[in-house]
Design a protein around this ligand. Structure first.
Ligand SMILES: Nc1ncnc2c1ncn2[C@@H]1O[C@H](COP(=O)(O)OP(=O)(O)OP(=O)(O)O)[C@@H](O)[C@H]1O
Ligand SMILES: [Mg+2]
Length: 458
């Protein structure tokens, strides 16, 4: 029988029977790759005993789920992102920029699991020697207990599977999916067919044996996991490791989780001893904020999953010498910034047309929530009108197109976090105040419009 080949888009996973210069689904150029789906018998793991037994339908109440065990790694931030520990038999994809610390965190997980589980770390990128060097740097104290951690420097999936059969580890780490290779396929490592095949066989391994598999994935320059999007569909959990390499803070984020809530984050700090957990991220983010009154700075609160996070928004409005004044935002959407500037201009007669505007959310945090609007507007107004913001005040609220303050979610949680951090007053939208059920010792200013808030301070 002639083997059927298809062409798959590297960016979005779109399949076509003929080659296209431009993907008709996502519009990317030169991303179609020839893909020959491997036949069942050819796939690495199906050769392993017991893995390819056909599954028969049974009534759902007869399914035994007592054995869905969660194993705590002991790294609290990591466990929390996974929804309370790692689930046996799950396949977890960890993506992130080069050098962000993917291998580091996974090696730390190995060290923490060492006493309670057998772990196999397969690296296609580093030699055993390199792994050992890193392990001794990260886990100086733990090294004696790392007897149940096995390492292997290998790219051939067949060798990996035979090692897995021999060792039967509880946790398998594969670093990275782009370097692994099924030698029965003709394509090069990192191609769509290899990535798909490797992931599929690891998924069968996880589901068939109950081994938890961590898979490292490189990301492309626009931040998506390299290889088609369908990689994300195939796995149970997708974690992204984010952060600025120049800064020490790293954020681990779950963007998909079949065993827990998404958008939960874990905050780490890169130190010489590896990634250290940051217990109080709000304090860490506000640590460098000056005491006393500051111009062009406001504190806002972002919900990251179930966790409120206080962050500082800084703005600088300066006379422009350019034909088109500059609008630069880091950690904030530039379109949203343009909208806020338009509202400030129209409703408060602040003329930004001759001004360069820079906005920065300190600490490499991204303020995606609309709740950040009021804080950003206040930082902008404070820099433009040159008034200082009192210390210990927090700004919460979404700014609407007509300059009104719109209500926000989770107000109580945000206020509790601010109180814990020693904030003494907070500006909140009027609508929220009406629904407030809890009492807070901090002073609350309820406002209906943005101009009311600015009048309070200027
Ligand atoms: N001796 C050291 N002291 C402090 N930090 C170090 C040291 N060695 C490495 N690092 C940090 O560890 C980072 C590398 O981490 P790691 O190798 O885990 O990244 P990665 O995400 O696996 O990268 P890649 O995509 O290349 O595999 C470096 O960028 C650096 O910040
Ligand atoms: Mg690595």
């Amino acid at each position: 029988m002639k083997q059927k080949t298809v062409f798959v888009c590297r960016e979005c996973g779109y399949e076509s029977s003929k080659w296209l210069g431009r993907c008709s689904a996502c519009g990317a150029w030169n991303t179609m790759e020839e893909f020959t789906p491997a036949r069942e018998s050819k796939q690495g793991f199906s050769k392993l005993e017991g893995a390819a037994v056909p599954d028969l339908p049974i009534p759902i109440r007869e399914v035994n789920c007592d054995d869905v065990a969660r194993r705590l790694t002991g790294i609290r931030e990591f466990d929390r992102v996974l929804g309370g520990g790692i689930v046996s038999g799950s396949l977890i994809l960890l993506g992130g920029d080069p050098g962000i610390g993917k291998s580091t965190i996974l090696l730390q997980v190995c060290a923490h699991l060492a006493g309670s589980a057998k772990v196999l770390y397969v690296s296609g990128e580093e030699s055993k020697h390199q792994l050992k060097l890193r392990a001794s740097r990260l886990c100086r104290k733990k090294e004696t207990g790392m007897d149940s951690v096995y390492v292997m420097s290998e790219v051939n999936m067949e060798a990996v599977f035979s090692a897995v059969t021999k060792l039967s580890p509880d946790v398998l780490i594969v670093d990275s999916v782009q370097t692994m290779l099924n030698p029965e396929l003709d394509s090069a490592p990192g191609s769509v067919s290899q990535i798909r095949d490797v992931t599929m066989s690891l998924m069968r391994l996880a589901k068939g044996t109950g081994t938890t598999v961590f898979l490292v994935g490189h990301v492309t320059k626009d931040g998506a996991i390299a290889g088609p999007k369908l990689l994300e569909h195939m796995v149970d959990t997708v974690l992204y490791f984010e952060g600025d390499e120049s800064r020490a803070y790293r954020i681990l984020r779950a963007v998909k989780n079949r065993f827990g809530s998404t958008n939960e984050i874990g905050v780490f700090e890169m130190t010489t001893g590896g990634l250290a957990e940051v217990d109080n991220p709000s304090a860490a983010l506000l640590a460098e904020r000056g005491e006393g009154e500051i111009t062009g700075s406001a504190v806002l609160c972002l919900m990251e999953g179930s966790r409120p996070l206080l962050a500082e928004a800084q703005a600088l409005v300066a006379r422009s010498f350019l034909g088109t004044p500059r609008r630069t935002a880091s950690g904030f959407d530039t379109n949203r910034l343009s909208m806020l500037l338009a509202v400030l201009e129209k409703k408060l007669n602040l003329n930004f047309s001759t001004q360069d505007v820079y906005v920065n959310i300190v600490g490499g945090i991204r303020a995606i929530e609309p709740c950040a609007d009021l804080g950003i507007c206040m930082a902008l107004a404070s820099s433009f009108l040159n008034f200082a913001m009192p210390h210990g005040i927090l700004f919460l609220g979404e700014v609407g197109l007509s300059g009104e303050l719109r209500s926000i979610s989770n107000l109580e949680r945000r206020l509790s976090e601010a109180e814990k951090m020693g904030f003494t007053s907070c500006v909140i939208p009027e609508f929220n105040q009406k629904k407030l059920s809890q009492n807070f010792s901090m002073e609350l200013f309820a406002a209906g419009t943005l101009s009311e808030v600015i009048r309070l301070f200027h």
